[in-house]
Design a protein around this ligand. Structure first.
Ligand code: GDD
Ligand code: MG
Length: 362
């Protein structure tokens, strides 16, 4: 079965991380998110992937090639303008023949696709939607089903008073090619607001495949951070630490796992890395600095005595001596924070900006 990955959204909610980096290339445990997704698909023997993108970025193109490095075949379908989730799939119609899978490009999950495909075939459904329970359904597409698992109602981003269930659209669909005839060509349209409600109205069988396996949409910074915390907690062996080659650790550096440290990092005297935390390749943590619960991309310097906690730091940033970057703060690429600043309360600093020493205490 072929899979179309929807990767054309603007990823505005992840800015400034996504100012220079497409959402698919944002690192998760030091590998592009796309790589995790492709491995997951491969695990379910899906090796033919169509990437539906607005415009293919150079970064994504260079990384992907034809997909063979990742052991899959990847074709790209570019859109002349943002066509919406359904419009993007219609735009890729010439690359699709049989039943196919559609995958929102910001979902990390362990949902059993093999079982979902099996259920789709057994039910002879026109469409099968993966469903998952969440705490706050108002920020997703809420899906009601009957006692046989058939979808009866679809309500995208409902108001709280309209919510009847906490079961939502997990952003994974198996569709029959006939669904494509319900999507207008060369126009914007969405499965969630246009196509699924229309299929229901016409009486077509849409089935839900409910799962309570791990599922997260990384479209917001808190969830992007949470995914990495969750993965570290479960994948790094027994609360341990993964340290890539060429890294140097001072004997007095303290590491409390789970921590992942990329290639060629340097951890200086008496610094502390407290997991779950990730350092990308080429980072330097100077004396007495403390990094706790943070995700740091490549080539960053954390100055002497600085403190980072539960924040996101993109590539080539420098945090000056004794500065603090705390809960929910995000630094874009190449941000320079001068000495003795204190950033908290989710402040976001855009790429390339510099903060002079002793200027922010918030
Ligand atoms: N190619 C292309 N073109 N892709 C797009 C476009 C477009 O015009 N618009 C959005 N996408 C991609 C995004 O990149 C993302 O991977 C996916 O489609 C979903 O878009 P989001 O903007 O992340 O939507 P959402 O998270 O608010 O809601 C969607 O996902 C929820 C699950 O996470 C909906 O499908 C909800 O119903 C669902 O519950
Ligand atoms: Mg999303």
């Amino acid at each position: 079965m072929k899979a179309v990955i929807l990767a054309g959204g603007e990823a505005t909610r992840l800015r400034p991380l996504t100012c220079n980096t497409p959402k698919m290339m944002v690192p998760v445990l030091n590998r592009p998110f796309l790589e995790h997704l492709v491995r997951y698909l491969k695990g379910h023997r899906i090796v033919d992937v169509v990437l539906a993108v607005g415009k293919l970025s150079g970064q994504l193109h260079d990384y992907l090639g034809d997909g063979s490095r990742l052991g899959v075949s990847i074709a790209c379908s570019e859109e002349p303008f943002p066509m919406g989730t359904a419009g993007a799939v219609k735009n890729a119609e010439s690359l699709l023949d049989d039943s196919f899978l559609v995958f929102n490009g910001d979902i990390f999950t362990d949902i059993d696709l093999t079982a979902m495909i099996r259920a789709h075939r057994q039910n002879r459904a026109m469409a099968t939607l993966a469903l998952t329970p969440v705490e706050d359904p108002t920020i997703y597409g809420v899906v009601e089903t009957d006692d046989r698992g058939r979808v009866t109602r679809f309500s995208e981003k409902p108001r709280r008073e309209e919510v009847t269930t906490n079961v939502i659209n997990a952003g994974i669909y198996i569709l029959e090619p006939a669904v494509l005839s319900y999507i207008k060509p060369d126009a914007f349209s969405m499965f969630e607001r246009d196509v699924f409600p229309q299929l229901l109205e016409k009486g077509h069988a849409i089935h839900g495949y409910q799962s309570s396996e791990y599922w997260i949409d990384i479209g917001t910074p808190d969830k992007y951070l949470r995914l990495q915390h969750d993965l570290l907690r479960r994948s790094v062996c027994d609360g341990g630490t993964v340290i890539a080659t060429e890294s140097s650790l001072h004997p007095s550096a303290r590491i409390e796992g789970p921590v992942m440290i990329g290639r060629a990092c340097s951890l200086e005297a008496n610094c502390t890395i407290k997991g779950p935390a990730v350092l990308g390749a080429g980072c330097r943590v100077e004396e007495e600095a403390v990094v706790e619960g943070a995700m740091i991309w490549q080539d960053c310097t954390i100055g002497r005595g600085a403190r980072l906690r539960n924040c996101l730091v993109a590539s080539s940033c420098s945090v000056g001596e004794e500065s603090e970057v705390l809960d929910g703060c995000i630094l874009g690429d190449e941000v320079l924070i001068g000495r003795r600043n204190k950033l908290s309360n989710g402040i976001r600093i855009w790429p390339g900006r510099s903060i002079q020493p002793d200027t922010i205490s918030f």
